[in-house]
Each structure stands twice: as C-alpha cells, then as structure tokens.
Ligand binder design. Structure first.
Ligand SMILES: Nc1nc2c(ncn2[C@@H]2O[C@H](COP(=O)(O)OP(=O)(O)OP(=O)(O)O)[C@@H](O)[C@H]2O)c(=O)[nH]1
Ligand SMILES: [Mg+2]
Length: 441
C-alpha cells in the first residue's frame, strides 16, 4: 500500500505547523509530493507540469485559514484545482426529436459493449425506450455478447449478422427506431487493439450516415500514458461529445481521466464501476479528485468543518465549558454548529475509525431527538435559558405546550443538562486539553 498524498503532506508539514502564510519553500516541498502522487496516479506528465504550476501560483503567499493546518491548506488548493481541471459534470443531450442516437467508440476491451448495456438500462429507468445496435461485425462473438446482455435486461437488440457494413446496420437501426417508437439508439461499435485507419474510416462513415448526437469515447481507467494520444486521435476524426471512463472500480486511480479531459477538453459523462449492468455512476468531479489524491472523504470533512465552525467561536465555547458558565443558550448554538456539518450519521462516517459507531445510533432517532431538544430550548425565554433553575411547574407546562412535547420530556432535558453541567465542572477542575479540543474541532 502506498501512503496517500494527504499523509505525505502531513509528514512534510509536521515541522512547519503554526505558520500563518505559505512560503515559497513550503509550497515547493509540498508540490514535490503532489507531482509524485499525480504521476503515480498515471496522470500524463505534460498535464502534471501545467497543473503543478497553477497550484504553485495560487498557493504561494496564500493565507492559511485559521481552522486548517498548512498541509490541509495545500491539499485544499490542490483539490480545488483538480476539481476545476476535471470540469463540470455533463448530462447526455436528449433534447429535440427522438430517436436520439448515441455512438460508443473506443479501443478493444475498453468496455464499450458492457457500457452500451449499462446506458440502455439507465435510460430505460429514466423513461426512455432504448434500442441496442450490434454494429461490431469484426469480432465473431461480439453480436452474441450484446444479444445475451439485451436478453438479460429485456432490452431489444438490433442485429443483422456480420455481412452488412456497420454504417448500413446503424442506418437500418435508426429507421427501425423511428418506425417502432424507440426513443434512444445506442450503437456498439468495433474496437481495435490500436488506432488504425480502417476503424477510423468506419467510425467516420457511421457518424456521416447515422448522425449520432452523442459520440462517446469509452476509455479503460487502467490505461496509462497512452490514453491521451488515443483520445486525441479519436477526437480529431469523429469530434467526441463526451468521455466515459470504465473499470474505475479497479486499482486505477483515475489519472487517465484528468489527462484526457485537460488535453482534449471533452467533458466526462459517466464512470463504469463494475461488470454488472447497474455498475454505472454519474461523473462527479470532487469524488474523482479525492480518488486521484487518495484522500477519501477526509477532505469533505475538512471543508464542512471549515464552513460550519469558526475557530474563535470554538475557543469561546471551550472557555465557557472550562469556567462552567455554559448554559442552554450555548447548548443550542453548539447543536446548530454540528447540524451545519450535515446529517450526524454522515459526519461520523467520514471520520476515519468512526464509521462503526454509527450503527449504534439509529439515524431517525438521533435526528428526531435533536429536533425535539431544539424545540424545547427555543420555547424557553432567554432568562430561562441562562438560568434553568427558574423553570418551575407552570413554566414547564408552558414550554411543553410551546414545543409540542410533554412535561416529562422537558424534565428529561433539564436533567440531562444538569448532569452535563456537573460533568463540565469536574472536567474544568482537571487539566489537559478541553472537551472541544478532544473532538478535534
Ligand atoms: N471491473 C470492471 N470490468 C469491466 C467494466 N466494464 C467492462 N468490464 C469488463 O471488461 C471486459 C471487456 O468489456 P467489453 O464491454 O466486452 O469491452 P469492449 O470495448 O466492447 O471490447 P471489444 O468489443 O472487444 O472492443 C469484460 O470482461 C467486461 O466485463 C467496469 O466498469 N469494471
Ligand atoms: Mg464490444
């Protein structure tokens, strides 16, 4: 297993923590790791060079945000640039008069036939009537392969054996779709081991005659440096409208996607993530960026915590806890902060080592409980929140009515709060890092 980029950066920056501004030297040390990580992820060297230059320009002299360490700051900038480079997600264009023709092209074994079936299934689920077309007459078993997939998914396959030229078959299929009310026609073309003139001419002819609205290049994510050259040549000959990356479920880190996207400018549309027909994902730049960097969801957490949690406010709270002046008003504020980070379950899931804990927290109950607590505190007057001892029997009845709860529930909250205050008093008499510090916030 190799270290992830973020781990490497944490090590690089261990000695530098506490800096308020990233110096040129800091950035260069970090960027050496970034460059390596991208090359390891099979990103094309030209793309890496440009990319690193852009990050360098942005990072030098950047103020380190209060709640992030310098390493996290660099990761954040790298990630933002990656997301920008990967480009916005794009949906298939199904506007205008049906049938919409989609052509899949790509090298041998890249996953075209599998992807044709996946797309057909996905499109049917969104209410389309797909027709699969066996336009690969080169490989003897190709037609059967598509027919079997079609049968499994109960999707019609248009095939005319291997005698007719593929452009002819495609034109016939479009005519059939028009006549029989199929709304999408998916052309599964033949692949070759390498780019060759024969294949390109055939594809050009299919484009000329069947007029596909979408020309999608299917690329195996495991393809290394070659992918860029291959994509450039396809793009020159048949004007690609989108990229599909397959086998993203394997060991590949997705560097090919970054390379092809930035060299050709063609947007990524889908990712294939397995052999089954439902193993299809829409392309999301931030997810792929994390994959390329090998950072999992830690980054998402950094960003959410960043947005939700103001460091100064955290310190203020901590002081309150220490001096035991923490009241129900503060309690409510804390709850709001945690809520801003997203559903509690998700927050826990993203913290390494915590994903097991969420099984013990039934989702609905936790969220419901938080809502109820919030409603009860909101029904109190500011004076009551500051000094809950004011709350007598008749005030409890009023609060219960106001929050749509019951007096026992109000009592329960008040008891919990008293216990918490007692705990805080005990903690504050001891030494060591504060309660919030321990949470890592
Ligand atoms: N793990 C994984 N395997 C995939 C994926 N997509 C396709 N495959 C496998 O890759 C192999 C080749 O897939 P095909 O769909 O036949 O590829 P093709 O581009 O049509 O190949 P040719 O028709 O020979 O050019 C098959 O064994 C598929 O099961 C994917 O997203 N993940
Ligand atoms: Mg095929």
């Amino acid at each position: 297993m190799f270290e992830t980029l973020s781990e490497k950066l944490q090590n690089v920056f261990k000695k530098l923590s506490g800096k308020g501004r990233l110096s040129e030297q800091d950035v260069d040390v970090a960027l050496r790791e970034v460059r390596l990580a991208l090359l390891e992820a099979d990103v094309n060297f030209r793309v890496v060079k440009d990319f690193v230059a852009r990050v360098r320009e942005r990072a030098i002299g950047a103020d380190v945000m209060k709640s992030l360490s310098p390493a996290q700051m660099v990761v954040k900038i790298v990630n933002e640039e990656l997301v920008t480079t990967l480009g916005a997600p794009r949906k298939l264009d199904l506007s205008g008069q049906p049938p919409h023709v989609i052509m899949l092209a790509g090298l041998q074994g890249s996953g075209k036939t599998t992807m044709a079936a996946k797309l057909a299934l996905k499109l049917r689920q969104s209410g389309q009537r797909p027709l699969l077309v066996a336009a690969d007459t080169k490989r003897p078993a190709a037609i059967t392969q598509l027919e079997v997939l079609g049968q499994q998914l109960d999707i019609t396959v248009h095939s005319e054996g291997d005698r007719l030229p593929p452009p002819r078959i495609c034109v016939n299929a479009v005519a059939r779709a028009q006549k029989s009310g199929y709304s999408v026609v998916i052309l599964d073309t033949a692949g070759r081991l390498h780019i060759d003139e024969d294949m390109m001419q055939e594809l050009e002819e299919v484009v000329r005659q069947a007029r596909p609205k979408e020309v999608l290049l299917v690329v195996d994510a495991m393809t290394g440096q070659d992918a860029v050259r291959v994509a450039e040549q396809f793009h020159q000959r048949v004007a690609l409208t989108g990229l599909i990356l397959t086998k993203v479920d394997g060991d590949a880190r997705g560097g090919a996607a970054l390379s092809i996207r930035s060299v050709t400018g063609v947007p990524i549309v889908y990712l294939g993530v397995g052999e089954r027909a439902d193993a299809l994902e829409s392309f999301e730049p931030d997810r792929l960026a994390s994959r390329i960097l090998g950072m999992g969801d830690v980054l998402t957490l950094i960003e959410r915590a960043e947005a939700a949690f103001d460091q100064e406010q955290a310190q203020k709270m901590e002081k309150k806890l220490r001096t035991a002046t923490f009241d129900l008003e503060d309690f409510l504020e804390q709850m709001q902060q945690v809520k801003k980070m997203g559903p509690l379950q998700q927050v826990l899931e993203m913290i390494p080592g915590f994903s097991g804990i969420k099984q013990h927290l039934p989702e609905e109950q936790t969220e419901k409980q938080m809502k109820r607590t919030e409603a009860i505190i909101r029904s109190m007057t500011p004076a009551e929140r500051r000094d809950p001892r004011l709350i007598d029997g008749s005030r409890k009845r009023r609060i219960a009515r106001g929050s749509g709860t019951s007096v026992p529930e109000v009592n329960q909250l008040l008891n919990q709060f008293r216990q918490m205050q007692r705990l805080v008093k005990q903690m504050s008499s001891g030494r060591g890092p504060g309660f919030l510090g321990k949470l890592g916030l």
